[in-house]
Design a protein around this ligand. Structure first.
Ligand SMILES: Nc1ncnc2c1ncn2[C@@H]1O[C@H](COP(=O)(O)OP(=O)(O)OP(=O)(O)O)[C@@H](O)[C@H]1O
Length: 339
């Protein structure tokens, strides 16, 4: 199912939650909506679901205008952060719910529903647990049931709102991989909301970054990380050192640090250097090493520039010992924007 969002606006009171949002989602795509709290992610997801209606603009499913169609008519599957499972029903009954409530010829025969439930339990690796009640499951297992239940009705699109938000880091990581696997197995167009950039970058085909009700950039995880379209995206996606300074004659200067800014007009600027883009060199900006924290394959170095600016450097663990006393840092890649 392709989905088109055209000039969608939604206002709550005086504040626009969505401000002229345009977005095209390809059939079978897994798209992440990433942004800080209050940026409009949930409102956009709800407008796609039919749980919220825009003040202006259109939502199209396969070129059909569904802007004001109900959630049921759109056949969307929804998974929320809080497991909205029915406590008094077994796992199998929960998964079957959307099929059980169908009427007449729309309702599949009992055996067919049972077969589908089994298939879904296997898909999310919960086979054998169909007879349990939600209270007998872990948080991660409950979210898998919620995912199966959403998929049971063969939705045209699967929408997930912070589905792993309430779970601990390890479970989150494994469910992330699971969602990707389930998505690849079913091919259903999937949109999920998260404020966790690591989750978005690891899981999605493309990431749409929202800020104050607008999409600042949409692209593959690599594009948004390596070529951020704005200072906001650069600061929000991936780790970075941020410097405030001035652009003059194609150069950005912040204290002792000078970065190229070829396309920018003179004026105030903001520069970013990712921790791994600082490299030890013979020529470069002087830095005093304060602390080296070697963890896993990386050494994280806290250093201070001559003007007192603190920077974080990420180097390979093998180079950890080279960071002592005073060092010189060259900048491999940087990003500068007008302030
Ligand atoms: N029903 C509502 N009534 C009034 N204001 C609302 C309502 N729903 C959302 N808002 C406001 O709209 C803006 C966008 O909210 P939204 O929930 O879409 O953001 P979000 O990016 O999903 O945030 P979070 O990550 O905190 O869930 C916020 O300023 C929010 O306060």
């Amino acid at each position: 199912m392709t989905i088109s969002i055209r000039s969608v606006q939604k206002q709550f009171g005086r504040y626009p939650a969505l401000n002229n949002v345009d977005l095209e989602i390809a059939d079978g795509e897994l798209l992440a909506l990433l942004g800080p709290s209050g940026s409009g992610k949930t409102t956009l997801l709800r407008a796609i679901a039919g749980l919220e209606f825009p003040d202006a603009g259109q939502v199209l499913f396969h070129d059909k205008d569904v802007t004001y169609a109900s959630a049921a008519a759109r056949r969307v599957g929804f998974v929320f952060q809080q497991y909205a499972l029915f406590k008094h029903m077994t796992v199998a009954k929960n998964i079957a719910f959307g099929l059980d409530v169908r009427k007449g010829k729309d309702k599949p025969p009992k055996a067919e529903i049972a077969r589908r439930v089994d298939e879904l339990l296997k898909l999310v690796e919960l086979d054998g647990l169909g007879g349990r009640y939600p209270s007998q499951l872990s948080g991660g297992q409950r979210q898998r049931v919620a995912l199966s239940r959403a998929l049971a009705v063969q939705p045209s699109v699967l929408l997930l709102d912070e589905p792993f938000g309430a779970l601990d880091a390890t479970v989150r990581k494994s469910l992330r991989k699971e969602l990707r696997r389930v998505h690849d197995a079913t091919g259903v167009t999937t949109i999920f909301v998260t404020h966790d950039q690591e989750e978005a970058l690891e899981l999605a085909d493309r990431v749409a970054i929202l800020n104050k009700g607008q999409i600042e950039q949409i692209g593959s995880p690599r594009e948004v990380h390596d070529n951020p379209a704005s200072a906001f995206v650069c600061g929000f996606v991936g780790e970075s050192n941020r410097f405030e300074g001035k652009v003059a004659g194609g150069k950005f200067t912040a204290g002792p640090l000078v970065l190229p800014a070829l396309d920018l007009a003179d004026g105030a600027g903001v520069g970013f250097v990712r921790p791994h883009d600082f490299v030890l060199a013979d020529h470069g900006v002087e830095a005093r090493v304060e602390r080296v924290n070697a963890q896993g394959a990386l050494a994280r170095v806290d250093a201070v520039l001559a003007d007192g600016t603190r920077v974080e450097v990420a180097a390979s663990r093998a180079d950890a010992d080279l960071f002592t006393g005073s060092v010189k840092l060259a900048v491999g890649k940087s990003h500068v924007y007008a302030a």
